[in-house]
Design a protein around this ligand. Structure first.
Ligand SMILES: NC(=O)c1ccc[n+]([C@@H]2O[C@H](COP(=O)([O-])OP(=O)(O)OC[C@H]3O[C@@H](n4cnc5c(N)ncnc54)[C@H](O)[C@@H]3O)[C@@H](O)[C@H]2O)c1
Length: 431
């Protein structure tokens, strides 16, 4: 498994847990050293325990060097980052292609090279060409196997996936992939075999569709605020329709994270390059970007039109709960705008503070939710960690200097909050 990040480490640990022998390889030597000591470099529920148990059982090892990690391997997965290339929104493929070259130099017997990184259509063809420049064609085959796990629920998602998608055009490689995913097949998970290009497209289509659902309900929320109506009931009423489904209809401050922002941009770019522009996707990128900025304005309005000199308490910084991942988190747009408008920000996040501190200069960090609120002029909920849902509302009110709550995730009951004397502003909850 080349790349021991959110995807590589979780996939490696889960495949080891199924009984396979796995080596997770990462060029970040410090990460590998920590993993060898049993320390997971990221926060993901259940991951540390899984890593340690499989390491002790001798099924999971770590290496900083590809040749060392690949020795005797039947398959090698590429699970490295594909961030946005500065400029035009395309996926930056340099890590994938570099990994492919390093893999080529380490091939000692027939190996299946499996690309798990989310990559533009045609990437497997390029990987095949790059490796083929260094290694005889009968010593490797390239497969696309995009990953659909969600951070925060990654282990369950990997072990009980809605489906596994395998793009494979070589019979020997197909047999190896079947063997790798046999435990999941036995458990009844659908395994979709298709061509490599189709598999690559499935991943983008799935992620962008989910991003579209989120963006759609966000626009319905805005409409609710203008015309009256409660977006939570709209989402419930709409989501009960089995053709639509309730999931990903939660209004909020706009999507962020390590996947949706970059994958929507990458699909937009590759569709333009293919002369088949996707206007729906282009629009949702624009709507979502503007939404994060608009959230700062919403907070300022709720604070009486100015936050100059005010102390704003923020609960939750990561792009979603149960992760420490700060990549493209809405907080990274909203908080600096409030600071520019003259606010002092004090924040609390259960797992994200270390990452957040590097990205949010000038933000004070509290060591608990109530300490965060103490003496603040307003509370803003940015990320809906479970630990914030049942906070003592009376204690919140007592701690705040002004009882102003801007709840960007609708985790508190609007009528009860208002009855208690809060100035409560949620998302899409009536005119
Ligand atoms: N994070 C998610 O929730 C998620 C879900 C599904 C798919 N994906 C996709 O999976 C891919 C990986 O994402 P991630 O979040 O795990 O990234 P990540 O940044 O957490 O991890 C990537 C790791 O690869 C290592 N690496 C890079 N080049 C290397 C090389 N040549 N040799 C060895 N190690 C190398 C880096 O040091 C890093 O530790 C991306 O394409 C992403 O879009 C991510």
């Amino acid at each position: 498994m080349v790349g021991a990040g959110y995807v590589g480490l979780v996939s490696g640990a889960c495949l080891a847990d199924f009984g396979h022998e796995i080596v997770c390889i990462d060029k970040d030597a410090a990460k590998i050293a920590a993993l060898r000591e049993g320390q997971a470099p990221i926060y993901e529920p259940g991951l540390s325990e899984l890593v340690v148990a499989n390491q002790r059982a001798g099924r999971l090892a770590f290496a900083a060097d590809i040749a060392e990690g690949m020795r005797g391997a039947q398959a090698v997965f590429i699970a490295v980052g594909t961030p946005t290339l500065a400029g035009d929104g395309a996926a930056d493929m340099r890590y994938v292609f570099q990994a492919a070259r390093e893999i080529a130099d380490a091939i000692d017997s027939f190996v299946v090279v499996v690309n798990k990184s989310t990559s533009p259509i045609g990437t497997c063809d390029t990987i095949e060409r790059l490796i083929g420049e260094r290694v005889a064609k009968d010593r490797f085959a390239v497969v696309s196997n995009p990953e659909f796990l969600r951070e925060g629920a990654a282990i369950d998602d990997f072990k009980q996936p809605d489906r596994v998608v395998v793009g494979v055009e070589d019979e020997a490689a197909r047999l190896v992939m079947r063997e790798i995913y046999r435990p999941l097949e036995r458990n009844g998970s659908p395994i979709v075999y298709t061509t490599r290009r189709t598999a690559e497209l499935v991943k983008y289509a799935a992620n962008v569709f989910l991003a579209m659902k989120v963006t759609f309900i966000n626009e319905i929320a805005d409409l609710c605020e203008k015309v009256g109506g409660d977006v939570m009931d709209v989402a419930h009423g709409v989501g009960l329709d089995k053709r639509i489904g309730r999931r990903f209809l939660n209004p909020g401050p706009g999507f962020g994270g390590s996947c949706f922002p970059k994958d929507t941009l990458a699909l937009t770019k590759l569709a333009i390059d293919a002369r088949s522009p996707m206007r729906l996707v282009e629009t949702l990128v624009d709507v979502n970007d503007k939404r994060k900025v608009a959230m700062a304005g919403k907070i300022v309005r709720a604070c009486g039109g100015s936050v100059k000199g005010k102390r704003i308490a923020v609960l939750g910084l990561t792009y979603k709960p149960n992760t420490d991942d700060m990549r493209d988190a809405p907080s990274l747009v909203i908080l600096p705008l409030l600071q520019q408008a003259g606010a002092t920000i004090v924040a609390f996040d259960p797992e994200g503070a270390t990452q957040a501190a590097k990205l949010l200069p000038g933000v004070e960090f509290a060591n608990g939710p109530y300490a965060c609120l103490e003496g603040a002029d307003a509370l803003v909920v940015v990320t809906e960690w479970d630990a914030f849902r049942a906070l003592d509302l009376a204690r919140i009110k007592a701690a705040l200097r002004e009882p102003v709550v801007i709840d960007l995730r609708n985790i508190y009951p609007q009528s009860a909050m208002r009855a208690m004397g809060f100035k409560y502003v949620g998302i899409g909850r009536g005119a």
